[in-house]
Design a protein around this ligand. Structure first.
Ligand code: FNR
Length: 376
């Protein structure tokens, strides 16, 4: 199969990984209305076509959270990347490093923050879940600091768990077993090993979460640890522990964005968790202009949820984002082809963005503005 776009990666990914791992990524909470809306709202945003501009030199580089990036793109924190492809976190981190875009390691990763630091030898960003065990949270903040992470991304929209029906039906939240694997013989060898072979280590929680030694126990621990008491005082405490501003992920409302700005937060990720949490929430791209109007002069905005193409990256920039996070697009490419898949994904997106910018008459990512898009 010749891969020409993110959708091709999705199809190859679907064919190559066990169904329960595909479903874990390719699903939203409850009716999946927000999951679907994230993508369809992007498609409804038209881009102005311009002509007569010298577009022989196009610069797609950007700055995200004060750091230089070759593209206005970073890899979103995604839990258990290592089940999609063995060593998944390290493979994505390395491809990101080579290309020059940020990688965000999830708290719920298979590889630990120390392992990723050791393998890449370069700073990356760390995503923090604020769980009930605050001693664990405290330690994790300091481990991320010691590992040289350059940004701490605090996820705010998981103070309660949205349910994905497919995960329950597949038994992902119980014990993974061969009965859930359809056509295992046609899957790559690593997919088989993942379920039957060596135990997964869950690097960031080992030693802190008693009895966590396989996928089932990790998920049980994580569900019990979700903290409904997470509030703005916790954010202030985390900023103090981290010793600098943090990035808040999962802000989807003007009022919340104002509170964050008043607290001195410098960067927000406008995100509905890829439609995995509040089903019925609006798409993040539909909220971006209002949030940009309210706090855009004080806070840098990054957007995620539904970004699949270079055209989407252009649309997000036009409505006020400095850049985007890629969640599922990364999972598809990693699950389909491992590290070369991630490298190819970045190359394809760079080309799509470059072409979109050119045909819209823009030669620098910084020149893309609100007048470059309009509602269909
Ligand atoms: C996520 N997301 C997520 N977010 C986070 O802060 N910590 C995490 O561990 C995870 N885990 C996770 C697993 C999977 C399989 C998915 C698909 C998503 C949310 C993620 O960071 C991001 O917000 C969304 O993926 C963005 O939407 P798209 O790009 O997937 O549409």
């Amino acid at each position: 199969m010749t891969i020409t776009c993110t959708e091709d990666f999705r199809q190859l990914y679907k064919a190559r990984v066990p169904k329960m791992f595909y479903d874990y990524a390719e699903s939203g909470s409850y009716s999946e209305s927000t999951f679907r809306r994230n993508e369809s709202d992007f498609a409804r945003l038209n881009i102005r076509q311009r002509v007569g501009v010298d577009i022989s030199e196009i610069d797609t580089s950007a700055r995200m959270a004060g750091e230089a990036a070759a593209l206005p793109v970073a890899f979103a924190p995604v839990g258990m990347l290592g089940i999609q492809n063995i060593g998944g976190e390290i493979k994505v981190a390395k491809a990101a490093q080579q290309f020059g875009v940020p990688f965000i390691l999830s708290t719920m990763s298979i590889a630990s923050v120390e392992e990723v630091a050791e393998a890449t030898g370069a700073p990356f960003w760390f995503q923090l879940y604020v769980v009930k065990d605050r001693e664990f949270v405290h330690d994790l903040i300091h481990r991320a600091k010691a590992a040289g992470c350059s940004q701490l991304v605090v996820t705010m929209d998981l103070a309660m768990l949205g349910q994905r029906h497919k995960d329950v039906k597949n038994g992902l939240s119980i014990k993974p077993g061969l009965k859930n694997l359809i056509n295992i013989a046609t899957k790559p060898r690593w997919a088989y090993d993942m379920v039957t072979g060596p135990k997964l280590s869950f690097g960031n929680v080992v030693g802190h979460a008693k009895g966590v030694d396989d996928l089932a126990s990790l998920l049980t621990w994580a569900a019990e640890m979700v903290d409904p008491a997470l509030d703005w005082d916790d954010v202030a405490w985390i900023c103090k522990e981290w010793g600098g501003p943090v990035i808040l992920k999962g802000v989807m409302d003007v009022e919340d964005a104002r509170i964050a700005a008043d607290m001195g937060i410098e960067t927000i990720v406008v995100s509905n968790h890829g439609g995995r949490q509040l089903d019925g929430a609006g798409s993040s791209i539909s909220w971006l202009p209002q949030i940009a109007d309210a706090v855009g002069d004080r806070v840098e905005l990054i957007l995620d949820s539904g970004v699949r193409t270079g055209m989407d990256i252009f649309r997000a920039r036009a409505l006020g984002a400095s850049g985007v996070l890629l969640g599922r697009a990364m999972v598809y490419a990693l699950g389909a082809m491992g590290q070369p898949g991630i490298e190819k994904l970045l190359t394809l997106l760079e080309k799509e963005l470059r072409t979109t910018m050119g045909l819209a008459g823009k030669t620098r990512a910084g020149d893309i503005g609100r007048s470059d898009v309009y509602r269909a």
